[in-house]
Design a protein. Sequence first.
Lengths: 69, 956
Amino acid sequence: MNIEHLVKMANQIEAFFKAQTNPDLAVDGIADHIKRFWDPRMRKQIKAHVAAGGAGLDAMTVEAIKRLG
Amino acid sequence: MLSKFDQDFGTPSVDSAKQVTLQIDGMSVTVPAGTSIMRAAAGAGVSVPKLCATDAIEPFGSCRLCLVEIEGRKGYPASCTTQCDEGMVVRTQTGKLADLRRGVMELYISDHPLDCLTCSANGNCELQDMAGVVGLREVRYGYEGANHTKAKKDESNPYFTYDPSKCIVCSRCVRACEEVQGTFALTIEGRGFDSRVAASQNEKFLDSECVSCGACVQACPTATLTEKSIIQFGQPERSVVTTCAYCGVGCSFRAEMQGNRVVRMVPNKNGQANHGHSCVKGRFAWGYATHKDRITKPMIREKISDAWREVSWDEALQYAAGKFKSIQAKYGRDSVGGITSSRCTNEETYLVQKLVRAVFGNNNVDTCARVCHSPTGYGLKTTLGESAGTQHFDSVEHADVIMVIGANPTDGHPVFASAMKRRLRGNDKGQRPGAKLIVVDPRVIDLVRTPHVQADYHLQLRPGTNVAVINALAHVVVTEGLVNEAFVKERCETAEFDKWREFVSRPYNSPEAMEPVTGVPAAKLREAARLYATGGNAAIYYGLGVTEHSQGSTMVIGIANLAMATGNIGRLGVGVNPLRGQNNVQGACDMGSFPHELPGYRHISDGKTRALFEQAWSVKLLDEPGLRIPNMFEASLDGSFRGLYVQGEDVLQSDPNTHHVQAALEALECLVVQDLFLNETAKYAHVFLPGSSFLEKNGTFTNAERRISPVRKVMPALAGKEDWEVTQALANAMGYPMNYKHPREIMAEIALLTPTFHGVSYEKLDKLGSIQWPCNEAHPIGTPVMHIDQFVRGKGKFVVTEYVPTDEKVTRKFPLLMTTGRILSQYNVGAQTRRTANVVWHPEDRVEIHPHDAEERGIKDGDWVGITSRAGETVLHATVTERVQPGVVYTTFHFPESGANVITTDNSDWATNCPEYKVTAVQLVRVSQPSEWQKQYKAFSERQADLLEQRVARQS
Ligand code: SF4
Ligand code: SF4
Ligand code: SF4
Ligand code: FES
């Protein structure tokens, strides 16, 4: 899948959860959202992208993707 | 004419707790106070002769045929306009009354042609019936004098004829247009003998304000206003109650039949969503079902450059099954998927998702609701706990303030719009003022100003700034002390509310701070917020203008927050109401069409629910979410997704960024399309399975108010199979046994496995007419209003909704914002309505542009203009209008050659991937010819039409 699209989608998710006050909860929110709505191949790809440096991803998103396990 | 399969009670029913008892022709009758004598009599089996009264409209008392005698009262009062009183003694049949009535009829008949035998109303004409009932035997005045029997017909409307020679000037049509439809297109012109019905300023019906809803045609007691189909075929001999297959209002209809032929569709008086009203689509635009373009034989081909080959059902299904299996063998279980349709029945949708989950063994199933209301599902589930609107339509009757956000009900949901307009006009007699109206929309939709309705506030925001507006509204509510503290304290999670309160109070969320972003004057926004919070029962109705944005889900949440903060939820007259586009959007979502959810909105990772389905279906289910439609396209392009089964959808035309979708479809190894027509998507298909129209199958649809209504088969399926049978056969061909004999058995399975449907069955539907889910042990006859004592999730949850501007920004290159919408006469991708006479109202999609922007670009009304966005380019004719604001252009998307989606981009809602149809940055220039894409697409379409034309017929 087009990694730029996945990066953009992930950052959009971050933009929503970032507004929820507690940053730790926000990271959980992002991770949970991705887990509940992204098909495994999308998650695999974004994880690989993070492993390769995570270019373009916002900080909380990177953290959240690391939490995906 | 009325349906002869329904009883007419003469005047509307009255809702009153007080009962009165009176005597009618010696019988004791008890009715609610305020009921007319005519209605009371009809209820007791006594028909009082009448002409100008019918129960869809208020009585008028003009024909003087319904006179009665009342003991102790002088004269002969009209029974239609006289209310029952306690102890009244009424006689409806006396010698004197008979004489009077004969006299009235004699006058009518002296100005009426006597061609009853060849008249289209013969067999269902109230004038004829009344002449019979009153025993009219001679007409003394003769026909030599002045009369109207030679008056000219108006045949301009494609569906009905106006023949003034037969008009008795009862004004039922005029009143139906006002009271039932709310368009006020008709008047009685002239006085006395010269008076006649006129559309607008004596225009032809087609050129007038008329929206062709047909309410007048239905109300007309004579052949004056008659369906052309009745003129062509004659009167029906049977009727079957079924449900409209167009929009999310879900109107109930009587299909009036001669054998297997529909002769007309008449809205069902007992229909709980529509109460006997309809729009032009449901009533008239059903001819597509027998259109010559219907494909009735299964077809296959190896490559999309091959001609089609007609084959048997068996061969087509084996072929498709073989392909799916070999793709899975080669590329893995997750390499195939399916798309269910919001136009198909609940049972059909349920089976497709079952096929994907149980037979394909993955969760790659999605529905076109992805591209319209998926944010509604996410937003309402998060805040309130259930992915559905909170009210029934009738609730609008009890609203004091109506806020319409990003919806255009008069075009998109016409019958509900009529109910809404009735409430906005208030009670004619002035006893009850109309509800106040707030419209939040970038465009001047009809509702902003329409006869006897005027929006109190029109917040004309810039496209893409919904969340900024809702936050500003909330800011006013919170900072001006308008929160319903008691409600919030009792019904909502306090900690979350406090967070939200702090968030919306921040100065940057104030109307003043947001004004430069939204373009909405702060003072006006403040007043609107105060009205919403303090004006009594306030109800929000919203549409795709809310959901189809990069912040669609956020906006839905914002709406729910606002409703909770003001306590406008959980009773009659309030609520949060998504207006669903297609007939079964709600149903498709309920049935587990989303890749992450099993039927009843239960996440696929929920082991307990999965176990339930695993046991019922005897398979192991995958616990991971599958691909959503846009993800399927992306996965197709990277080669990990290769086979797709599409039932009743046209993703190529309806989904954004056409270039991208084209490429994705082209990359598939096996595309199976099941549809009525060779739609745009099917041009890329390898297997075509003929579908069945709503007239050819049994099942149920669920409308925007969660109302499950029956769809009944009135004619045999043209291709021999109903859609659910096709899915079942495909499952069997893949080696998974399915043996349903009737959709009722599928519904029984749904009811068994879905708590909100536990109480639903075909037997109950037959008995009640329709059912609003939740229908279960706790709510045996369904639930009109939800969240009454507590929210479905327990406590309501406020969620912070930060405004994040979309990436789709105007630049020097793309200085205008394009937004999209729909129009009354056409439906969605138009596959159905384009194949009806509805094209007279909307023969093409046009782009609306403000005079200022048009002038700057040298564009005049009717010019070809090229529309360019970051995604592509297309060419449409321009309409120069002040309906749109400067800087904004607007178009509809009903015709494939328009390529509206060639210009829309990949941007989508953050939570659900619902595409951002409503905001695209574009530039417009005058051009002289269609775009490159349009030319290529035309060539491709012609090639595909040839391949269909050259199809190899099946030898049999
Ligand atoms: S068809 Fe509907 S809108 Fe047109 S005149 Fe009749 S009632 Fe009015
Ligand atoms: S057109 Fe029909 S409904 Fe209208 S006034 Fe004439 S007879 Fe009555
Ligand atoms: S299209 Fe909608 S409003 Fe019109 S008849 Fe059908 S369900 Fe009713
Ligand atoms: S029906 Fe009562 S006056 Fe015409």
